[in-house]
Design a binder for this molecule. Structure first.
Ligand SMILES: Cc1cc2nc3c(=O)[nH]c(=O)nc-3n(C[C@H](O)[C@H](O)[C@H](O)COP(=O)(O)OP(=O)(O)OC[C@H]3O[C@@H](n4cnc5c(N)ncnc54)[C@H](O)[C@@H]3O)c2cc1C
Length: 425
């Protein structure tokens, strides 16, 4: 950790959160509602994240509902989806139907991240303890006696340097976390998956899938689902690091391959998929940082653990991390103790959940995109029956929807201290 050399201003707060993604913003809101002062530094100045995750599981929906932002985010625009299906040609190999779950969270939501993040940010803005620092990147961490005491953040707009002094810094800055690397914590990256994903959307007025569909297409797979407003979002899996070779074949060859995998939408692909420019490549990897807590420092969300896109677990886990860390930080502030020992219950609670998701994704990848052949098909068909019809299937569906361990928001902590909304009497 380096000491800041020079600063133009100093800001004192309780907690500095780095990164206004789902994890950082949800945690910020929960802390503000519990009377904690929070500064939130975010490198970008807008929430345009077209190719970030947007499938929101019931576990994440419940957390957002408990903090009071789900309805508002959905009103900004979202699509409801009945579940997941894996198909091979016309055959349904696996059907995870969320309508079997208890309401009101008996569906998936395709919720653009911008809608979720804007709603969370608006809610944070109602609390006086909130300092939002858009366009600020973390530059260095400051420390005293081996304990993290804040960070210097640099504004891209006015070349401003700000020293934010805080009891705890929370790294919520995503899969390539700068905060994590400034702290010298290894990302723990492993290339468990042998596929990358290329994403794009096409207009699809009046056409819909009603669910997330995964079409097996030879050795790869094509994911498709409805997205707001009136579009289809399509993900094409490729062998790891195979994008360069695919791109050299050109857009016509790519379009023909995708149209063969999705014959029902071939007309839309021919009309709208006309250049490589609209395609975004996601380098798929799994990672679990070697430690998530230090004295005065915590890693959450993708900064602590990164997952593949199978089963859409990243946002769920990020929001659950926020809900799990919230009471731990409130307790640390009450005790005036921000040591690793005090923060450790967060990692103890969440590391097993993240590791279980990685294991589940590895199995899913093998089961559904692994080697073909009669045995593979037989197993896939058996698995489909289990998940579709039996009580074990209901448990599997619930586990995908809520994660390995459901986390509740500790809303009894809301309304403490200075947690009064601006303008409230
Ligand atoms: C293409 C794609 C598709 C996905 N699909 C799904 C899906 O359908 N469902 C699902 O659940 N998950 C999905 N995921 C994963 C999901 O998006 C992540 O797991 C989730 O967004 C993690 O939230 P987070 O808040 O931890 O990190 P992020 O959402 O990555 O947010 C990190 C924030 O930190 C900011 N930041 C980064 N560096 C700095 C810095 N140096 N200083 C200040 N700020 C910084 C970033 O701008 C960003 O706002 C997908 C991911 C990708 C890339």
């Amino acid at each position: 950790m380096g000491r800041p050399l020079r600063h133009t201003a100093t800001l004192h707060t309780d907690v500095l959160v780095v990164g206004a993604g789902p994890a950082g913003l949800a945690l910020t809101l929960m802390l503000l509602r519990s009377g904690v002062r929070v500064a939130l530094a975010e490198r970008s100045t807008s929430f345009r994240r077209d190719f970030h995750g947007e499938i929101l599981q019931p576990g994440g929906q419940r957390i957002l509902d408990r903090v009071g932002v789900l309805d508002g985010a959905v009103r900004r625009g979202a699509r409801e989806l009945a579940g997941f299906q894996v198909r091979s040609g016309d055959r349904v190999l696996l059907d995870i139907d969320y309508r079997r779950l208890p309401g009101p969270y008996d569906k998936l939501l395709a919720l653009p991240q911008a809608h979720l993040l804007e709603e969370l940010l608006d809610a944070c803005g109602r609390y006086p303890g909130f300092e939002y620092l858009p366009g600020h990147r973390i530059g260095s961490l400051s420390e005293h006696d081996g304990r993290c005491t804040g960070a210097v953040v640099n504004s891209s707009l006015g070349a401003r340097r700000l020293w934010v002094r805080a009891h705890t810094v929370v790294a919520a800055d995503g899969r390539f976390s700068k905060t994590r690397s400034l702290a010298g914590i290894g990302a723990g990256r492993s290339d468990l998956f042998d596929q990358d994903v290329v994403w794009f959307t096409v207009p699809a007025h009046g056409r819909s899938t009603g669910r997330v569909r995964v079409h097996r297409a030879g050795a790869s797979a094509v994911l498709v689902h409805d997205t707001h407003p009136d579009r289809l979002r399509i993900g094409w899996t490729l062998p790891h690091r195979g994008w360069q070779r695919a791109a050299e074949r050109g857009i016509d060859a790519i379009r023909d391959e995708l149209a063969a995998a999705l014959p029902e939408f071939a007309d839309l692909l021919h009309e709208h998929l006309t250049s490589l420019a609209g395609l975004a490549l996601l380098d798929v990897f799994a990672a679990t940082a070697e430690t998530w807590v230090r004295d005065g420092l915590v890693l959450i969300g993708d900064a602590a653990h990164t997952h593949g896109p199978l089963g859409a677990q990243g946002i769920n886990l990020a929001l659950q991390d926020a809900a799990a860390l919230h009471p731990v930080l409130v307790d640390a502030l009450d005790a005036g103790d921000f040591s690793r020992r005090r923060l450790a219950p967060f990692e103890a609670a969440r590391r097993p959940a993240a590791e279980a998701v990685t294991r589940m994704q590895r199995l899913q990848a093998k089961a559904f995109f692994g080697a073909g052949g009669a045995v593979g098909e037989f197993l896939r068909a058996r698995a489909a029956g289990v998940v579709t019809r039996t009580p074990i299937g209901a448990r599997i569906t619930s586990r995908v929807a809520y994660g390995p361990s459901a986390v509740d928001v500790r809303d009894e902590l809301f309304g403490r201290g200075a947690a009064v909304e601006r303008g409230a009497a």
